[in-house]
Structures are given as C-alpha cells and as structure tokens.
Write a protein that binds this ligand. Structure first.
Ligand code: ES4
Ligand code: ZN
Length: 330
C-alpha cells in the first residue's frame, strides 16, 4: 500500500490520545491475569465483539471498565510502552498523551503509581525509540469541579519530578450537560500554574461549548470541535485565530458522530483554512491507529498527498513542543 507508506513517512505528532484507550484486549487480559481480576468476557474475541457503540456514553462505560485492570506501575508502563512502539511504526515523532487519573485514584491506585508507570515509559521511549512525549492530565467532566481540584492537589507534589513531561491539562468524558463553565475555576488555577490547556468540545456537545472552552477555559486547542460547523461565526473565528482542532475521524465514525466517513467534515474544514489535525483518540477501541486514520480519510474524503502533508505539518505546529524542536520536523 503505497499511500500508507507515504503517510507513515510523514513526521507527525499525535495530539489527541487517551492512554487508557490504547489498552488492547490482549494486554487487558494479560493484566487481568497478572492482577487476579476477572473480566466480564470469556475471551479476547468476545471482548472485541463488544466494541460496538451507539454514542460516547456507551463507549465510556466499556472504557472505564477496561481501565480497571491497571493496578501496578508496571501495568501503566507496559500499556504506554506498547502504544509508543506502535506510534513509532506510524511515523509519530511526538505524542501528547492524555490520562485520566480520577479513573485510577477512585479505585485506590495512588497518583504516584500512575505518573511513575506512564512517565518511565515516556522517558524510555525518548531514549530508545526517539519518540518524544508529553502528558496532559485530564479532568473527568461528569464529576464535580471539586473533584478536579482535589485531583490537581494530589498531582501537584509530583510536578517537579515530571517537569519534562507533564505539560498540560485537559477535560474529557461525557460532554452533554457538562459545559466548560463547570470547570472555569479549576482551569483558571491551572492557567496560573503555567500549564498548557486543552479541552474536549463540540464532539457531542454544541458549538457553544467550543466557544466557551476558548473564552471561559482559555484553552489553546480544541479536542474534536467538529460541531463548530454549526456556527458560521465560530468557524470564521477558528480560521482567523488558527485554533487547532484535534479531530479523530475513526472515533467519530465509531461513536456515530457522523453516519459514515464520507460524511465527515474534516476535509471541508481543512479546505476552509482551519488548523485541523488528525488523531486516533482511543485506537484500541476505535479500530485504527494514527496512520489508519490518515489513510481512511484519504480514501473516504479524497485527500491528496499535499493535503496529507498539510495535516502532518499542522500536527507539529499545533503541538506544545518548543519552536526549535518543531523546526526540526517542518
Ligand atoms: C473520550 Cl472519544 C472521548 N470523548 C470524551 N472523553 C473521552 N475519554 C476517552 N475517550
Ligand atoms: Zn478524546
């Protein structure tokens, strides 16, 4: 497949990836056995067969249950290292990885364990694979803002130890009914602390959530943002201000945000001059890693090689890498 080779050869950054969403069924079963946990599916095949989703919530239910096999530092390390090896194969030179500490601390897993496992994998990958990585700590928006504040408080003592990788803060989970303003105070605090800020918006929620993520949370990038198209004024602003959108085509397809990939608005937004990037979101659940997402879009939306190169370049430009490291890949 010539086009797949072309895509893999483009230096790319992955900017929208949930590390818990990279846990493949095979590794999930291995970790379950290692930790003496019984999974509600008899086999890898039966588990994979359950990956048919109607919407975001039906996915999140399985995703949080799957994360329950992550107990020890080595579990977080193995999951992260498996993703980074896979990322290298796809030509990813830099990954900005979200994680959901609340999913783990709520089960009694210490914050230190989560940071230590993911952090050690990021450092090993930098040294042995030549893939750089940053961490974005994401708050779960279905929980109260007070829980986000206490999560931040638990993580801050680790900031010095992970200064080279913990760059920012994100906001994920169930969007509808959990608007950006619910997290205005904790995001203001994170901004004072010097973190880079991102938030999911306009995936299932309305265009107004994209605007409010920019104006109230003051995020630098929007995760998804595909429903921005419903508001022409917002679209003009996104183009004007070059706000990066981290779009996840195969995720949108699997979660029924679009009925088919041919109906996806990625190419339309790109051709309108928006700062669009392609990402994999939760690749173990959505049937494709980063190069698969690029390839599926090329085939379904008729993206040519120049457009694929623009998308790859956008991913580097929209990353939180320092300018001199971006220049190395542009
Ligand atoms: C997510 Cl696709 C998506 N949307 C919102 N929150 C998430 N967490 C993991 N994947
Ligand atoms: Zn996401």
């Amino acid at each position: 497949p010539r086009l797949l080779q072309f895509i893999r050869a483009l230096p790319k950054a992955e900017l929208h990836l949930h590390i818990e969403g990279t846990l493949e069924p095979e590794l999930m079963f291995e970790l379950a056995r290692r930790n003496g946990i019984e999974l509600p599916y008899p086999t890898v095949e039966a588990l994979r067969a359950a990956y048919r989703f109607d919407d975001l919530q039906s996915f999140l239910d399985l995703y949080y249950a799957g994360a329950g096999v992550l107990i020890q530092e080595a579990d977080f390390y193995d999951m992260t290292m498996a993703y980074l090896r896979r990322a290298q194969r796809d030509g990813i030179v830099h990954a900005e990885i979200m994680f959901d500490p609340q999913t783990h601390t709520a089960r009694g897993v210490p914050m230190e364990t989560v940071f230590a496992g993911i952090g050690r994998a990021l450092r090993d990958a930098r040294d042995t694979l030549g893939v750089s990585g940053y961490l974005l700590l994401s708050f779960l928006r279905h929980l109260p803002e007070a829980d986000a504040f206490s999560t931040l408080e638990q993580a801050l003592p680790l900031r010095d130890r992970y200064q080279d990788i913990w760059m920012g803060i994100g906001l994920d989970s169930a969007e509808k009914g959990n608007p950006p303003e619910k997290f205005a105070r904790v995001f203001a605090r994170c901004r004072e602390l010097g973190f880079r800020l991102v938030a999911h918006a306009g995936e299932e929620g309305p265009a107004a959530y994209v605007r409010d993520a920019l104006d109230i949370l003051r995020v630098e990038r929007i995760d998804h943002g595909v429903r921005s198209e419903e508001d022409p004024d917002l679209m003009r602003r996104l183009a004007q201000e070059k706000v990066p959108l981290t779009v996840c085509p195969l995720s949108n397809l699997r979660l029924c945000v679009f009925p088919s990939l041919e109906d996806h608005n990625l190419a339309r937004m790109l051709r309108q001059g928006l700062m669009v990037t392609v990402n994999s979101d939760d690749p173990a659940y959505f049937g494709g890693y980063l190069a698969d997402n690029y390839l599926a879009c090329a085939e379904s939306l008729g993206l040519d090689e120049a457009e694929l190169a623009t998308l790859a370049g956008n991913s580097i430009r929209a990353s939180f890498l320092p300018p001199e490291q971006k220049a190395q890949w542009l």
